[in-house]
Unconditional design. Structure first.
Length: 337
Protein backbone atom coordinates (compact mmCIF):
# COMPACT_ATOMS: atom_id res chain seq x y z
CA UNK A 1 0.00 0.00 0.00
CA UNK A 2 2.69 2.38 1.10
CA UNK A 3 4.77 1.91 -2.02
CA UNK A 4 1.68 2.33 -4.24
CA UNK A 5 0.90 5.61 -2.55
CA UNK A 6 4.46 6.82 -2.93
CA UNK A 7 4.54 5.79 -6.56
CA UNK A 8 1.33 7.75 -7.16
CA UNK A 9 2.75 10.84 -5.49
CA UNK A 10 5.99 10.39 -7.35
CA UNK A 11 4.24 10.19 -10.71
CA UNK A 12 2.05 13.21 -10.16
CA UNK A 13 5.04 15.26 -9.07
CA UNK A 14 6.95 14.02 -12.08
CA UNK A 15 4.22 14.97 -14.56
CA UNK A 16 4.05 18.41 -13.03
CA UNK A 17 7.75 19.10 -13.16
CA UNK A 18 8.14 18.02 -16.77
CA UNK A 19 6.16 21.06 -17.81
CA UNK A 20 7.83 23.50 -15.44
CA UNK A 21 10.62 25.40 -17.11
CA UNK A 22 13.42 26.56 -14.90
CA UNK A 23 14.93 29.96 -14.68
CA UNK A 24 18.57 29.59 -13.69
CA UNK A 25 20.91 32.26 -12.31
CA UNK A 26 24.58 31.26 -12.37
CA UNK A 27 27.20 32.72 -10.04
CA UNK A 28 30.84 31.71 -10.47
CA UNK A 29 32.65 31.54 -7.15
CA UNK A 30 36.32 31.05 -8.07
CA UNK A 31 37.39 30.84 -4.49
CA UNK A 32 40.07 28.57 -3.07
CA UNK A 33 41.05 29.98 0.34
CA UNK A 34 38.97 27.48 2.31
CA UNK A 35 41.64 24.85 1.60
CA UNK A 36 45.34 24.73 0.75
CA UNK A 37 45.44 23.48 -2.88
CA UNK A 38 45.58 25.80 -5.88
CA UNK A 39 43.43 25.11 -8.95
CA UNK A 40 39.90 24.89 -7.54
CA UNK A 41 39.40 28.57 -8.48
CA UNK A 42 39.39 27.42 -12.11
CA UNK A 43 36.26 25.33 -11.58
CA UNK A 44 33.61 27.86 -12.66
CA UNK A 45 35.18 28.67 -16.02
CA UNK A 46 35.91 25.01 -16.78
CA UNK A 47 32.33 24.00 -16.09
CA UNK A 48 31.10 26.81 -18.35
CA UNK A 49 33.62 25.84 -21.05
CA UNK A 50 32.20 22.31 -20.99
CA UNK A 51 28.96 23.73 -22.39
CA UNK A 52 26.77 24.16 -19.32
CA UNK A 53 24.85 27.16 -20.67
CA UNK A 54 23.94 25.82 -24.15
CA UNK A 55 23.00 22.50 -22.57
CA UNK A 56 20.68 24.25 -20.11
CA UNK A 57 19.15 26.17 -23.03
CA UNK A 58 18.47 22.83 -24.75
CA UNK A 59 16.41 21.92 -21.68
CA UNK A 60 14.43 25.16 -22.28
CA UNK A 61 15.84 26.79 -19.16
CA UNK A 62 16.04 30.55 -19.11
CA UNK A 63 19.62 31.19 -18.04
CA UNK A 64 21.28 34.31 -16.73
CA UNK A 65 25.01 34.17 -16.03
CA UNK A 66 25.98 36.74 -13.40
CA UNK A 67 29.69 36.06 -14.03
CA UNK A 68 32.37 35.34 -11.48
CA UNK A 69 32.36 37.02 -8.11
CA UNK A 70 35.69 38.80 -7.81
CA UNK A 71 37.81 37.84 -4.89
CA UNK A 72 40.29 40.21 -3.28
CA UNK A 73 43.14 38.77 -1.31
CA UNK A 74 42.87 39.98 2.27
CA UNK A 75 46.02 41.56 3.58
CA UNK A 76 47.58 40.33 6.79
CA UNK A 77 45.45 37.20 6.73
CA UNK A 78 47.79 35.05 8.77
CA UNK A 79 46.51 32.00 10.62
CA UNK A 80 44.62 32.64 13.85
CA UNK A 81 45.48 29.59 15.90
CA UNK A 82 44.92 26.62 13.64
CA UNK A 83 42.36 28.49 11.45
CA UNK A 84 43.52 29.56 7.99
CA UNK A 85 42.47 32.55 5.84
CA UNK A 86 39.65 33.66 8.13
CA UNK A 87 39.44 37.17 6.68
CA UNK A 88 39.45 35.94 3.08
CA UNK A 89 36.79 33.28 3.70
CA UNK A 90 34.64 35.58 5.85
CA UNK A 91 34.84 38.51 3.44
CA UNK A 92 34.21 36.47 0.30
CA UNK A 93 31.23 34.72 1.79
CA UNK A 94 29.68 37.97 2.96
CA UNK A 95 29.76 39.24 -0.62
CA UNK A 96 28.59 35.88 -1.98
CA UNK A 97 25.61 35.99 0.38
CA UNK A 98 24.65 39.41 -1.01
CA UNK A 99 25.06 38.17 -4.59
CA UNK A 100 22.85 35.14 -3.92
CA UNK A 101 20.15 37.35 -2.40
CA UNK A 102 20.17 39.45 -5.55
CA UNK A 103 19.85 36.42 -7.83
CA UNK A 104 17.02 34.99 -5.70
CA UNK A 105 15.21 38.34 -5.84
CA UNK A 106 15.48 38.15 -9.63
CA UNK A 107 13.47 34.93 -9.32
CA UNK A 108 16.05 32.37 -10.39
CA UNK A 109 17.08 29.01 -9.07
CA UNK A 110 20.63 29.85 -8.08
CA UNK A 111 23.62 27.83 -9.25
CA UNK A 112 26.95 28.40 -7.50
CA UNK A 113 29.92 27.11 -9.41
CA UNK A 114 32.83 26.57 -7.01
CA UNK A 115 35.34 27.02 -5.79
CA UNK A 116 35.89 25.18 -2.56
CA UNK A 117 33.08 24.15 -0.22
CA UNK A 118 33.61 27.04 2.22
CA UNK A 119 31.45 29.03 -0.23
CA UNK A 120 28.40 27.18 1.11
CA UNK A 121 28.53 29.60 4.05
CA UNK A 122 27.60 32.58 1.88
CA UNK A 123 25.49 30.56 -0.51
CA UNK A 124 23.20 29.10 2.16
CA UNK A 125 23.16 32.31 4.21
CA UNK A 126 22.13 34.38 1.18
CA UNK A 127 19.57 31.80 0.07
CA UNK A 128 18.00 31.70 3.50
CA UNK A 129 18.02 35.50 3.82
CA UNK A 130 16.10 35.69 0.53
CA UNK A 131 13.52 32.92 0.92
CA UNK A 132 13.39 31.95 4.62
CA UNK A 133 13.74 28.45 6.06
CA UNK A 134 15.45 25.84 3.89
CA UNK A 135 15.83 22.10 3.57
CA UNK A 136 19.50 21.30 2.95
CA UNK A 137 20.70 18.22 1.05
CA UNK A 138 24.47 17.90 1.51
CA UNK A 139 26.00 15.36 -0.87
CA UNK A 140 29.63 14.85 0.11
CA UNK A 141 32.24 12.31 1.18
CA UNK A 142 32.83 14.56 4.21
CA UNK A 143 30.46 16.05 6.77
CA UNK A 144 32.01 19.57 6.63
CA UNK A 145 30.69 20.25 10.12
CA UNK A 146 33.91 20.60 12.11
CA UNK A 147 33.80 23.64 14.37
CA UNK A 148 36.75 26.04 14.57
CA UNK A 149 37.59 24.11 17.77
CA UNK A 150 37.28 20.50 16.50
CA UNK A 151 39.12 21.02 13.19
CA UNK A 152 42.56 19.44 12.97
CA UNK A 153 43.54 21.04 9.63
CA UNK A 154 42.18 24.58 10.12
CA UNK A 155 40.78 24.51 6.58
CA UNK A 156 37.43 26.29 6.50
CA UNK A 157 36.02 24.13 3.67
CA UNK A 158 35.68 21.43 6.32
CA UNK A 159 33.65 23.70 8.63
CA UNK A 160 30.90 25.55 6.71
CA UNK A 161 27.96 23.83 8.40
CA UNK A 162 29.22 24.66 11.91
CA UNK A 163 28.73 28.36 11.11
CA UNK A 164 25.25 27.82 9.67
CA UNK A 165 23.60 25.37 12.07
CA UNK A 166 21.70 27.09 14.90
CA UNK A 167 22.06 24.17 17.31
CA UNK A 168 25.87 24.44 17.19
CA UNK A 169 26.21 28.08 18.13
CA UNK A 170 27.25 27.47 21.70
CA UNK A 171 30.15 25.36 20.31
CA UNK A 172 31.46 27.96 17.85
CA UNK A 173 33.70 30.80 19.08
CA UNK A 174 32.96 34.38 18.06
CA UNK A 175 35.14 35.33 15.07
CA UNK A 176 35.25 38.95 13.84
CA UNK A 177 35.47 37.83 10.17
CA UNK A 178 32.10 36.12 10.55
CA UNK A 179 30.33 38.74 12.64
CA UNK A 180 27.95 39.42 9.68
CA UNK A 181 26.74 35.81 9.76
CA UNK A 182 23.71 34.65 11.68
CA UNK A 183 23.15 30.88 11.86
CA UNK A 184 20.13 30.21 9.69
CA UNK A 185 19.47 26.47 9.42
CA UNK A 186 18.17 23.90 11.85
CA UNK A 187 20.02 20.64 11.97
CA UNK A 188 16.62 18.95 11.57
CA UNK A 189 16.39 20.40 8.05
CA UNK A 190 19.69 18.84 6.98
CA UNK A 191 20.16 15.52 5.15
CA UNK A 192 23.56 14.07 4.25
CA UNK A 193 24.18 11.63 1.42
CA UNK A 194 27.46 9.88 0.56
CA UNK A 195 29.46 10.27 3.79
CA UNK A 196 32.52 8.05 4.17
CA UNK A 197 35.27 10.17 5.74
CA UNK A 198 33.97 11.76 8.94
CA UNK A 199 36.25 13.10 11.69
CA UNK A 200 35.65 11.96 15.30
CA UNK A 201 34.48 15.43 16.43
CA UNK A 202 32.07 15.55 13.49
CA UNK A 203 30.75 12.06 14.17
CA UNK A 204 30.06 13.08 17.76
CA UNK A 205 28.11 16.14 16.55
CA UNK A 206 26.09 14.11 14.01
CA UNK A 207 25.11 11.53 16.62
CA UNK A 208 24.54 14.04 19.43
CA UNK A 209 22.26 16.21 17.29
CA UNK A 210 20.58 13.25 15.55
CA UNK A 211 21.34 14.47 12.04
CA UNK A 212 19.61 12.59 9.21
CA UNK A 213 22.33 10.94 7.20
CA UNK A 214 22.79 8.32 4.54
CA UNK A 215 26.45 7.36 4.61
CA UNK A 216 27.80 5.07 1.89
CA UNK A 217 26.81 2.17 4.16
CA UNK A 218 23.14 3.17 3.89
CA UNK A 219 23.50 3.71 0.14
CA UNK A 220 24.82 0.13 -0.03
CA UNK A 221 22.17 -1.23 2.28
CA UNK A 222 19.09 0.53 0.94
CA UNK A 223 20.04 1.41 -2.62
CA UNK A 224 19.96 4.96 -3.92
CA UNK A 225 16.25 4.91 -4.87
CA UNK A 226 15.20 4.12 -1.29
CA UNK A 227 17.69 6.69 0.03
CA UNK A 228 16.06 9.35 -2.15
CA UNK A 229 12.54 8.22 -1.27
CA UNK A 230 13.40 8.56 2.42
CA UNK A 231 15.20 11.87 1.86
CA UNK A 232 12.19 13.37 0.07
CA UNK A 233 9.74 11.95 2.66
CA UNK A 234 11.87 13.41 5.45
CA UNK A 235 12.04 16.86 3.84
CA UNK A 236 8.26 16.74 3.23
CA UNK A 237 7.69 15.89 6.90
CA UNK A 238 9.66 19.03 7.73
CA UNK A 239 7.21 21.15 5.75
CA UNK A 240 8.30 21.15 2.10
CA UNK A 241 10.71 24.04 2.43
CA UNK A 242 12.69 25.27 -0.58
CA UNK A 243 15.64 22.91 -1.11
CA UNK A 244 19.29 23.93 -1.15
CA UNK A 245 21.44 21.20 -2.71
CA UNK A 246 25.11 21.48 -1.81
CA UNK A 247 26.92 18.97 -4.01
CA UNK A 248 30.61 18.30 -3.44
CA UNK A 249 32.08 16.53 -6.46
CA UNK A 250 34.10 14.36 -4.04
CA UNK A 251 30.87 12.55 -3.13
CA UNK A 252 31.34 10.71 -6.44
CA UNK A 253 33.85 7.88 -6.62
CA UNK A 254 37.37 9.09 -7.52
CA UNK A 255 37.46 6.67 -10.45
CA UNK A 256 34.91 9.04 -12.05
CA UNK A 257 35.92 12.37 -10.47
CA UNK A 258 39.64 12.25 -9.61
CA UNK A 259 40.20 16.01 -10.10
CA UNK A 260 39.27 17.15 -6.60
CA UNK A 261 41.10 18.18 -3.43
CA UNK A 262 40.19 15.42 -0.98
CA UNK A 263 39.19 12.27 -2.92
CA UNK A 264 38.01 9.28 -0.87
CA UNK A 265 37.61 5.74 -2.25
CA UNK A 266 34.24 4.02 -2.23
CA UNK A 267 31.98 6.84 -3.43
CA UNK A 268 28.76 7.22 -5.39
CA UNK A 269 28.73 5.86 -8.93
CA UNK A 270 27.96 8.12 -11.88
CA UNK A 271 24.43 6.70 -11.96
CA UNK A 272 23.77 7.10 -8.23
CA UNK A 273 25.13 10.65 -8.35
CA UNK A 274 22.89 11.68 -11.23
CA UNK A 275 19.85 9.90 -9.78
CA UNK A 276 20.05 12.12 -6.69
CA UNK A 277 19.74 15.23 -8.87
CA UNK A 278 16.86 13.76 -10.90
CA UNK A 279 14.87 13.04 -7.74
CA UNK A 280 15.46 16.48 -6.25
CA UNK A 281 14.43 18.06 -9.54
CA UNK A 282 11.19 16.09 -9.40
CA UNK A 283 10.27 17.60 -6.04
CA UNK A 284 9.79 20.93 -7.84
CA UNK A 285 11.34 22.67 -4.82
CA UNK A 286 15.00 22.90 -5.80
CA UNK A 287 15.82 26.54 -5.17
CA UNK A 288 19.65 26.68 -5.13
CA UNK A 289 22.52 24.37 -6.03
CA UNK A 290 26.22 24.52 -5.13
CA UNK A 291 28.59 22.47 -7.28
CA UNK A 292 32.00 22.57 -5.64
CA UNK A 293 35.57 21.26 -5.39
CA UNK A 294 36.34 20.60 -9.06
CA UNK A 295 40.13 21.10 -9.20
CA UNK A 296 41.74 20.57 -12.64
CA UNK A 297 45.26 20.73 -11.23
CA UNK A 298 44.68 17.51 -9.31
CA UNK A 299 43.36 15.36 -12.15
CA UNK A 300 46.70 13.69 -13.00
CA UNK A 301 45.51 12.92 -16.56
CA UNK A 302 43.58 14.99 -19.09
CA UNK A 303 41.02 12.20 -19.16
CA UNK A 304 40.57 12.44 -15.38
CA UNK A 305 40.00 16.19 -15.57
CA UNK A 306 37.49 15.82 -18.44
CA UNK A 307 35.61 13.11 -16.61
CA UNK A 308 35.37 15.26 -13.45
CA UNK A 309 34.17 18.38 -15.27
CA UNK A 310 31.71 16.42 -17.36
CA UNK A 311 30.28 14.81 -14.20
CA UNK A 312 29.80 18.30 -12.74
CA UNK A 313 27.88 19.37 -15.85
CA UNK A 314 25.74 16.22 -15.85
CA UNK A 315 24.83 16.71 -12.18
CA UNK A 316 23.68 20.26 -12.92
CA UNK A 317 21.70 19.13 -15.98
CA UNK A 318 20.01 16.49 -13.81
CA UNK A 319 18.95 19.31 -11.48
CA UNK A 320 17.27 21.14 -14.35
CA UNK A 321 15.30 18.45 -16.10
CA UNK A 322 17.60 16.36 -18.23
CA UNK A 323 16.23 12.82 -18.23
CA UNK A 324 18.20 9.77 -19.17
CA UNK A 325 15.13 8.48 -21.05
CA UNK A 326 15.58 11.51 -23.34
CA UNK A 327 13.95 14.94 -23.67
CA UNK A 328 12.22 16.89 -26.42
CA UNK A 329 11.27 20.56 -26.67
CA UNK A 330 7.68 21.39 -25.70
CA UNK A 331 7.07 22.88 -29.16
CA UNK A 332 8.59 19.92 -31.01
CA UNK A 333 6.78 19.22 -34.28
CA UNK A 334 7.42 15.77 -35.68
CA UNK A 335 8.09 15.86 -39.42
CA UNK A 336 5.12 14.66 -41.51
CA UNK A 337 5.40 12.95 -44.87
MN1 LIG B 1 32.58 19.29 1.01
Amino acid sequence: MRSARILQQFCSVRRQSLHTKSSVGIIGAPFSKGQPRGGVERGPDLIRAAGLLPKLHELECAVKDYGNLAFEEAELDGPEGVLKNLKAVGGFNQRLSQAVQLVKKDGHTTVMLGGDHSLAIGSIHGHSAAVGQLGIVWVDAHADINTPLTTSTGNLHGQPLSFLVKELQSSVPVLPSFSWLKPCISVKDLVYIGLRDVDPGEHYILKELGVKMFSMSEVDQLGVSRVMEETCDYLSSRGNKPIHLSYDIDAIDPTVTPATGTPVVGGLSYREGVYITECLRETGRLSAVDLVEVNPLLGKTEEGIQSTVSMAVDLLLGCFGRLREGNHPSDYNPPKP
